[in-house]
Design a binder for this molecule. Sequence first.
Ligand code: SAM
Length: 271
Amino acid sequence: MAEQSFQALEQAGWVAKAGEYDELFATITDQAIDPILGSFGAIDSKRVLDVACGTGHIAGVAAERGALSEGIDFASTMVAKAKGRYPKVSFREGDAEQLPYDDSSCDAVACGFGLLHMANPERVIKEAWRVLRSGGRYTFTVWCSPDQGGEFFNLVMGAVQMHGTLDVPLPPAPPVFRFADPGECTKVLMSAGFVDPKVLVLPLTWRAARPEDVLNIIYKGAVRTSMLLEAQTVQAREAIHQAILKGSEAFRKGNAIEFGFPASMATAAKG
Ligand SMILES: C[S@@+](CC[C@H](N)C(=O)[O-])C[C@H]1O[C@@H](n2cnc3c(N)ncnc32)[C@H](O)[C@@H]1O
């Protein structure tokens, strides 16, 4: 019940934010496409599945490189945008926990920044294992935590801890930075049956024109972080906003504000 509630909040959030996600967050997540696809080796004529595909860029770029790619996401608006952007690629609505694909039917499975939004990540990883052929590869990315050099999350989480609380009345959910821990990734991947896991950090960045853009990206392009801020009291939220606006100036480089937005990428093979 509680898990369904977290999943329902996530789904409603993504359905509402597909348009702005593409303009805001996809400018950061797109920087991970090359490393993700690179982890698969040659993808020409290979079946590449993009799970939690959002607006479809991993599947779209894979198709441009000759893959027979497909994407799946549970947010109807994300799928509609993906279809509009990449009309030759097949996208469908569906749940990463119950993939509508046959066993051993894919050569590679990607999940870009999806796992931290899943109520049952173990089930999602096991589903990726099921649909992969033997020798196929699974690669996912998540955000690094504030203490791993994530400047953006350091600023935002620091402001919440200083002026509000992390203990908000939201449905229970897996910790947001759980899979930024290489040991945890390795453990969960291996218990799903994967072999040869490797975890590395991708040094992604985000350039914003103004401090206000930081609030924009949270409220218009993100779901878990905006839920956290919306669950604060009005007074605490206002103090958090001010701390974020002021703190953003520390990252100013000339006319822009530049944040380190590192991601952790885990990749493993089906033996
Ligand atoms: C942060 S976005 C990532 C989108 C894209 N992969 C990228 O790299 O930009 C997270 C996506 O996960 C999707 N998602 C979350 N939980 C899901 C689930 N259980 N099944 C399918 N999609 C899910 C959301 O709808 C959203 O599009």
